[in-house]
Write a protein that binds this ligand. Structure first.
Ligand code: PLP
Length: 416
């Protein structure tokens, strides 16, 4: 029995689908300890947009550690944090005419979400948050309360309250006007809806099954929030940092959320870092009112700064992500057309793609077959019915072709 099976909690999950022991990672490839290479189309659930051990980021981190740069600093001022703030302002915010204060809420995506929810409640004096069907925002109690998945919600062990789910884009029949139900409830003083402090949304639901919100739906949501005095929180933890093409996933819709959550790839190197971006007038925190030990992991600042300098000074990464996304979409469409009786559905935007099967068992079998052929892919969706393709954005065209070839083979084997 391996030490993982013997000692590690039953809660472990990814290691069950990929029961090998990984040792090295380079670019889009993870190597098991016996040397077997695996093409990584999971990319740390979106935390490795720049690939494993990206050489530019690696050099920056090694140089920083070599010169005894401060590693841990709570929220003290450091040179690494100053460089990060200045670079983020220059390369990301100013370029997009976005005016946000930057809060470091703790290292994980769930920390960014908890801070956003807390702040929305503090600013508005209201308790209720509106979330969407099939949303995923993290596993802490506040984030879980705005998450849809019943199995994950069940793990809370206490009632998850102060959140009201509304239909995500295309949840109904496609014929019902967008926000018909939501706006009716807001307008009707007899509806029983508690006045919401904020609405929290993912522009593409990563864990919920790669459900893409149309840009017009996002615009209408933003207008609705303005009309009804609700803050708009975009959770860009998984879809931010270029995953859908532009740096922020909401850029395509031309909206300006009041609060934005970022984590995963903002740390650049797979190092933990999260940001909650807030409209400056919402910055009503008292010093220390939201706190935490790991809000200043300087190697993450260093890697993040290097990534922003390397990849976000021009639009090359954005363009290549969109082009590679089209390449993935084309192959997925061919796979679907090769198996018309199985009603496969390709979905996604940029390099967040999914192939929807009729059930979770089929999608899981496809991911299993892909693993046997040297490709790491995960399922998502309420029943795990979507096989997700999320390679690092730095993946080469050749690797995309190879990975998609493996996916096509795996689907053909499972559906035979
Ligand atoms: N929000 C979104 C959209 C996510 O996809 C995730 C994780 O997958 C989270 C929040 C939670 O992030 P973390 O697992 O770092 O707490």
């Amino acid at each position: 029995m391996s030490v993982f099976t013997k000692l590690e909690s039953e809660v472990r999950s990814y290691s069950r689908g990929w029961p090998v022991t990984f040792d090295r990672g380079v670019g889009s490839v993870l190597h098991a300890e016996d040397g077997t290479p695996y093409l990584d189309f999971f990319a740390g659930a979106g935390a490795l947009n720049y690939g494993h051990n990206n050489p530019v980021l690696k050099k920056a981190v090694i140089d920083y550690i070599e010169r005894d740069g401060v590693t841990h600093s709570l929220d003290m001022q450091t040179v690494a944090k100053r460089d990060f703030l200045e670079t983020f302002d220059e390369k990301v915010l100013k370029q997009r005419e976005l005016d946000y204060k930057i809060m470091f809420p703790g290292p994980a995506g769930a920390n960014a979400v908890e801070a956003a929810l807390k702040l929305a409640r503090k600013v508005t004096g209201r308790e209720s948050i509106v979330n969407f069907t099939n949303a995923f925002h993290g596993m802490t109690l506040g984030a879980l309360s705005v998450t849809g998945n019943s199995m994950k919600r069940g793990g809370a062990g206490v009632p998850l309250v102060h959140a009201t789910p509304m239909p995500f884009d295309n949840y109904l029949d496609g014929q019902t006007p967008d926000f018909l139900w939501f706006e009716r409830l807001l307008d009707d003083s007899g509806s029983g809806l508690n006045e919401p402090a904020a609405v929290i949304v993912e522009t593409v639901q990563g864990e919920g099954g790669i459900n893409v919100a149309r840009v017009e739906w996002l615009r209408a949501l933003s207008d609705l929030c303005k009309r009804h005095d609700m803050l708009l929180i975009v959770d860009d933890v998984q879809m931010g940092c270029g995953r859908t093409g532009p740096f922020f996933s909401f850029e395509a819709a031309g909206i300006k959320p009041d609060i934005v959550c970022l984590s995963k790839s903002i740390g650049g190197y797979g190092l933990p870092l999260a940001l909650t971006l807030l409209r400056p007038d919402l910055d009503v925190w008292e010093p220390g009112e939201h706190n935490g030990t790991f809000r200043g992991i300087n190697p993450a600042f260093v890697a993040s700064t290097a990534a922003l300098n390397e990849y976000w000074g021009d639009d090359r990464l954005e363009k290549s992500t969109l082009a590679k996304g089209e390449q993935v979409q084309r192959v997925m469409t061919e796979i679907a057309e090769a198996h018309p009786e199985h009603a496969l559905k390709p979905k996604g935007r940029g390099l967040a793609r999914g192939l929807q099967f009729v059930d979770g068992e089929t999608a899981s079998a496809v991911c299993g077959a892909a693993f046997e052929r040297g490709l790491l892919m995960e399922t998502s969706g309420p029943d795990g019915e979507v096989a997700k393709v999320m390679p690092p954005l730095t993946v080469t065209d050749d690797e995309v072709e190879r990975g998609m070839g493996i996916l096509a083979d795996s689907v053909a084997t499972v559906l035979r």
